[in-house]
Design a protein. Structure first.
Length: 335
């Protein structure tokens, strides 16, 4: 193990100017996410049904007895439907891409896939049960809990699962204390920024929509957009990205500014494309499946892929020296 300036190093890969591991992860993850989005929702119906059933059983063990109709859980006047985005599917794709892109042997990859995905699946079922119970008791807080626990905390848990798997491979190659403090910092920043973003996310959407309206006006479409939603889910990846920038220590200021600026420009650009797709679906509701698929891929990629991808590419390389015999060397992982 090599520790310098609060970075924890892993040994085993040759370093490259653009980290091979991160590049391989990005390619694998984008292919799998695209397939998951392009396949019809009915493909994931067995997973949706299993998730709903397990959450229902857990709620039953806790004294609640929702009525289940397929993937819909209801109690009183409260109803929720479990869709693929509610399941472990996209988190499993992130984690699988990380594990499959690593230089570990096939046995360790299979062990990591089974153990870590099963763990994430169990945690996700608990999350659904907690959010459902909160929605029944306090419906006004359901959306808040759904966004924070489902969209932000679960991404942090994927990062934690990646670090846990690396520790399983090389117990001496990662500091538990540094990992724990990094994750605590990250969760703290997400909580603070989440509360702030709740107040301004609608204003942010209005601001970015000025560009959308301008673009459509050039095509002689003069639109008026309504803002009926309290929260715009696609914008909350800004919370996890900004929290990552703040949580990673000892990053040179110039590098932090460049990476933050590039990431923010990319995310804002994707938000604008997402809104353009929304308008196209409104203008042609019966025939614009392409716009729907593109908007869905942008939402899923922005929610899950971009934060983990940014985390990987921000790892500092090890320069010089022959690689050791362990599993990782391309990064000094920031924890």
């Amino acid at each position: 193990m090599k520790i310098e300036n609060n970075y924890v190093g892993f040994h085993g890969l040759h370093t490259t100017k653009v980290p091979y591991f991160a590049a391989k992860f990005c390619g694998t993850c984008l292919v799998l996410l695209s397939l998951a989005v392009l396949l019809p929702e009915s493909t994931w119906q067995p997973l949706n049904l299993h998730t709903a059933t397990m959450a229902n059983r857990l709620l039953g063990m806790c004294g609640m007895h929702p009525v289940q109709h397929g993937t819909i859980l209801g109690q009183g006047g409260f109803r929720v439907q479990i869709i693929s985005e509610c399941t472990v599917l996209y988190m499993a794709i992130l984690l699988s891409s990380f594990i499959l892109s690593s230089p570990a042997g096939i046995y360790y990859k299979l062990m990591g896939l089974v153990a870590c995905i099963a763990g994430l699946h169990a945690i996700n079922i608990v999350r659904i049960a907690v959010v459902y119970a909160l929605g029944v008791a306090y419906p006004q807080f359901f959306e808040l809990a759904h966004v924070y626990l489902g969209q932000i905390v679960m991404v942090v848990l994927v990062m934690a699962a990646c670090l846990l798997w690396m520790h399983m491979l090389e117990p001496d190659a990662i500091s538990r204390r540094r990992t724990t403090t990094f994750l605590i910092r990250l969760l703290t920043y997400t909580g603070i920024l989440f509360l702030f973003w709740l107040m301004v996310n609608k204003d942010y959407v209005r601001l970015t929509d000025t560009i959308v309206l301008l673009l459509f006006s050039l095509l002689d479409y003069h639109l008026r957009l309504n803002y009926q939603h309290a929260f715009y889910y696609q914008t909350f990846n800004l919370v996890i990205f900004s929290s990552l920038m703040l949580a990673m220590r000892d990053m040179p200021p110039k590098r932090r500014i460049i990476v933050s600026a590039c990431g923010l420009v990319l995310i804002v650009g994707l938000h604008i494309v997402f809104r353009i797709c929304n308008v196209l679906m409104f203008l042609r509701p019966s025939g614009n499946m392409t716009a729907f698929r593109v908007s869905q891929l942008i939402f899923i990629s922005g929610e899950y892929f971009l934060p983990v991808c940014a985390w990987l590419f921000l790892q500092r390389k090890i320069f010089g020296g022959a690689p050791a015999q362990g599993a990782f060397s391309a990064y000094d992982f920031e924890t």
